[in-house]
Design a protein. Structure first.
Ligand SMILES: Nc1ncnc2c1ncn2[C@@H]1O[C@H](COP(=O)(O)OP(=O)(O)OP(=O)(O)O)[C@@H](O)[C@H]1O
Ligand SMILES: [Mg+2]
Length: 262
């Protein structure tokens, strides 16, 4: 945590300020600024290679920007490591699911609840509470989270034995069990059928009674349906920002997606 910054009119849950990221000679992000408002869904879209995943990685600390600041609730984050996220009230799901294959679904979800857990499997498991009461409490919370996502019945299964869309829900449960204030989602709709995508949309919308969401996604219909605000990237630059309706009719966006159905 860095020093407190000047409080703007409203404090955003997350701000990226003038972020530039270079990979060797390639400028992946150039002066990207965006803000996630409390209890809103902020979408990041853009054509292939636009820099969406890089934005996600900067937001969750995988990538340290060459220039610019990441600000969480008005405080500059100097260096976020993946295992700091929960302590910052943040959780994320990855494009690859990152589930632990050798423990059950329930145990996977339980590892998400630990605010001090390190990234690795063993330390996450070791960090689980030893005392019976804590362990029971955590188990109950994990079960309740699975239940809220409609997958309580797979609690004792191993992830690898489950269909992909169910595994995606398990990954989401693991992020939600920590009760984050800010949820970061990278391509949550990939590999889902259109019905499953509708369900995911309803779910994301329902989360905003208690958290904000940064949604990096290339499925335009989902983004248009659930986002309050959208930032559009092209070649690492912000080319448009606004409500779904504003973005949909923006000439720069139509240009960037030439030939695609916005
Ligand atoms: N680790 C890396 N090393 C070098 N170049 C990278 C790295 N990560 C991303 N890039 C490049 O940075 C640019 C932005 O990539 P990024 O993955 O953020 O785009 P994206 O919008 O997520 O694309 P996609 O829609 O294909 O997922 C691309 O040109 C990509 O090739
Ligand atoms: Mg990507």
């Amino acid at each position: 945590m860095g020093p407190e910054l000047d409080d703007p009119v409203r404090t955003l849950d997350l701000e990226l300020r003038d972020i530039t990221v270079r990979f060797g000679g390639l400028v992946a992000l150039s002066d990207v600024t965006l803000g996630v408002s409390p209890r809103q869904v902020h979408g990041v879209i853009g054509p292939n290679g636009a820099g969406k995943t890089t934005v996600f990685n900067v937001a969750c600390g995988f990538v340290t920007p060459d220039e610019g600041d990441v600000v969480r609730s008005g405080r500059r984050l100097s260096k976020v490591r993946p295992h700091d996220l929960a302590g910052l009230g943040m959780a994320r799901t990855l494009q690859g699911l990152g589930l632990f294959d050798r423990v059950t679904v329930l145990e996977n979800v339980m590892t998400g609840a630990d605010r001090h857990a390190r990234a690795g499997f063993l330390s996450a498991l070791l960090a689980l509470p030893r005392s019976g009461a804590d362990e029971r409490d955590l188990r109950e919370r994990a079960m309740a989270t699975l239940d809220s996502l409609g997958i309580a019945q797979v609690a004792d299964y191993y992830p690898a034995s489950l269909p992909y869309p169910v595994r995606k829900r398990v990954a989401l449960a693991r992020a939600l069990v920590a009760e984050p204030e800010l949820l970061l989602l990278d391509e949550p709709a990939s590999g889902l059928s259109s019905d499953e995508m509708d369900e995911l949309g309803d779910l994301i919308t329902s989360l905003t009674d208690r958290m904000s969401v940064l949604l990096v996604e290339h499925h335009m219909d989902l983004v248009m349906r659930v986002c309050d605000e959208i930032t559009v990237l092209d070649f690492g630059k912000v080319i448009a920002r606004g409500t779904p309706d504003e973005v949909r009719s923006d000439p720069a966006v139509l240009d960037a997606y030439l030939g695609e159905d916005v």
